[in-house]
Design a protein around this ligand. Structure first.
Ligand code: 0O2
Length: 233
């Protein structure tokens, strides 16, 4: 069925033009983005609450930072084109699970799983999908725990469930992912060099992982000796 709101995929469309096209769908687009924004805020708040509860239970904060982001129009456009679905507001909301993203940077690897479990048991939220790139790192060396959750948001006259992508990772995993993401844009290098660089990056990810595990063990040893890391005598 033809959708009059459909935006045509055209080569070389600039980010500004894509934003213009999406905003051309006016109220619908803005309303969708405000729903994603509200859902993101709900999840961010849930993690802030968990951080407070965790710190009173275990005498330390498991969360270093929480970052939120709404997917940029150009990335939305690119992903919809990649999956071959017509670009309409309704399709974006139906097909994409990562328009709203919450990234939780944790102190220790253990904290990632504790927080994920604490979130998953909340009865107003559904975990639709979990991908454990910590136990099963990506080919690139990327590590994080990904969850797609659906959270209710209460609008003036309705309750809507909205999907949010949650990425939980340690400081070391975040450090690696941020730098690797920057380096990935340096294209046009010979295949052999690209392969060597990929291997070097994977090696860095493995080193960061070993450090993470060692730090986790050190924390456990300190706790076992009766001290609480982060709490001064
Ligand atoms: P952005 O700007 O973070 O939104 P797909 O999204 O189609 O690629 P899937 O299965 O939905 O596939 O997602 P996947 O691979 O589970 O996770 C995608 C997100 O994880 C990416 O989002 C990145 O944030 C992060 N990610 C995955 N692999 C890597 C990697 O090798 N290096 C780094 N630095 N990050 C990675 P987007 O959409 O690419 O970008």
């Amino acid at each position: 069925m033809e959708d009059n709101n459909e935006i045509r995929y055209a080569p070389g469309l600039t980010a500004k033009a894509i934003l213009g096209e999406l905003q051309g769908q006016g109220k619908e687009y803005m309303e969708m983005m405000s729903r994603f924004s509200s859902a993101m805020l709900e999840i961010e708040t849930k993690f802030k609450v968990l951080n407070i509860e965790f710190s009173s239970k275990f005498d330390r904060n498991p969360i270093e930072t929480i970052k939120t982001r709404l997917k940029r129009p150009a990335s939305i456009y690119e992903k919809m084109r990649r999956i071959g679905v017509p670009l309409t507001v309704a399709n974006i909301e139906r097909e994409l699970s990562d328009v709203a993203g919450v990234r939780v940077i944790c102190s220790f690897v253990d904290d990632i799983y504790k927080l994920a479990d604490m979130l998953a048991v909340q009865d107003d939220l559904y975990v639709l999908r979990t991908k454990d790139y910590i136990k099963h790192p990506k080919e690139s060396g990327y590590r994080s725990l990904h969850m797609i959750v659906e959270v209710p948001i209460f609008l003036s006259n309705e309750k809507r469930y909205v999907r949010v992508e949650v990425q939980l990772r340690t400081i070391a995993m975040d450090f690696w992912a941020s730098l690797e993401h920057k380096l990935r844009y340096k294209k046009d290098i010979p295949e052999k060099t690209a392969c060597e660089i990929a291997n070097a990056l994977r090696e860095c990810a493995d080193t960061a992982c070993r450090t993470d595990l060692e730090m986790n063990e050190i924390r456990k040893r300190i706790e076992a000796s009766g001290f609480t890391p982060g709490i001064e005598a």
